[in-house]
Design a binder for this molecule. Structure first.
Ligand code: G1P
Length: 289
């Protein structure tokens, strides 16, 4: 089976849920503790075996490009002051193989993915959405999807069960059980269904392996929910022609596109940190007394 080597990370959106912070700063650069959210996503891709990353960029997103680049003045200063740890940290992100293309019009996630067509060169590829950060002590979420792809072929959607009142925030799948409770063969998909209209509680949570046939479909996909070209609508068509699997991946997933989700990620990642965890826990206990 084909090994997935390329991934796309859409990062062109306005980030209106985080205004005014996102007026001049890309939402992908908002830090969880001290690392931009997009770096967590990029690190998951690399840890999963991805070799080339395409970021779909857009207006006012230059800070992302600067982040994954060398920073000569900063590096010279850190070198002079013998701050070796910080220097290594700053240089680490400059060595990652990141490419960029700009989405010129904000026509939705499906349109953003279509921008990746020539980069993917007809191969199946991975998609990671920046709003979904997954914490995992075992196999990274994307690696779990890649393993399913290597065993079963086709496209793979990273899913988890969400409560009834949350289905309207996600793409939701219907499918036939294949291997235990963790793998479904997708038969239907709905983007952000109303509560009561969802075909199940299995929601797509920002990780995908997608066959390159998706591009021809996306070209013909009319705007859907919210007047935008939806990836979910194209995947539903794909599932009629080729196998699309919904895989219930393991990992603690944070919706960092949502304010409460972002705060939860900040608190929990800080509590897990060796350098901060103990002091932060003591502080929280004090505050919550
Ligand atoms: C997008 C997708 C949706 C998916 C979600 C995961 O929605 O359209 O199908 O479930 O990401 O986070 P968004 O949250 O970008 O509106």
């Amino acid at each position: 089976m084909h090994k997935i080597k390329k991934a796309v990370i859409p990062a062109a959106g306005f980030g209106t849920r985080f205004l005014p912070a996102t007026k001049a700063t890309p939402k992908e650069m908002l830090p969880i503790v001290d690392k931009p959210t997009i770096q967590y996503i990029v690190e998951e891709a690399l840890a999963s075996g991805i070799e080339e990353i395409l970021i779909i960029s857009g207006h006012a997103k230059r800070a992302i490009e600067d982040h994954f680049d060398s920073a000569p003045t900063l590096e010279a200063m850190l070198e002079k002051k013998h701050k070796d740890d910080l220097l290594a940290m700053v240089r680490e992100t400059a060595d990652i193989n990141v490419h960029y293309i700009r989405q010129r019009h904000m026509n939705g996630l499906g349109d953003a993915i279509l921008c990746a067509r020539s980069f993917m060169g007809g191969e199946p590829f991975a998609v990671l959405l920046g709003d979904d950060v997954v914490y995992n002590e075992g196999k990274p979420a994307l690696r779990q999807l890649m393993d399913v792809h290597e065993s079963y072929g086709g496209s793979v959607l990273g899913c988890q069960l969400v409560p009834d009142d949350k289905v309207s925030s996600y793409g939701v799948v219907a499918g036939e059980k294949i291997a235990g409770a963790d793998l479904l063969k997708v038969t239907d998909m709905v983007e952000k269904p109303e509560v009561g209209e969802a075909p199940s509680n299995m929601a797509v949570l920002g990780r995908y392996i997608i066959s390159s046939s998706i591009f021809d479909i996306l070209e013909k996909t009319p705007p859907g929910k919210g007047g935008e070209v939806q990836l979910t609508d194209a995947l539903k068509v794909l599932a009629k022609n080729e196998p699309v699997w919904a895989f219930n991946f393991e990992g603690l997933r944070y919706d960092v596109g949502d304010k409460l989700g972002f705060l939860k990620a900040t608190v929990e990642f800080a509590l897990r940190r060796e350098d901060l965890g103990a002091d932060f826990r003591a502080y929280l206990n004090e505050v919550l007394k």
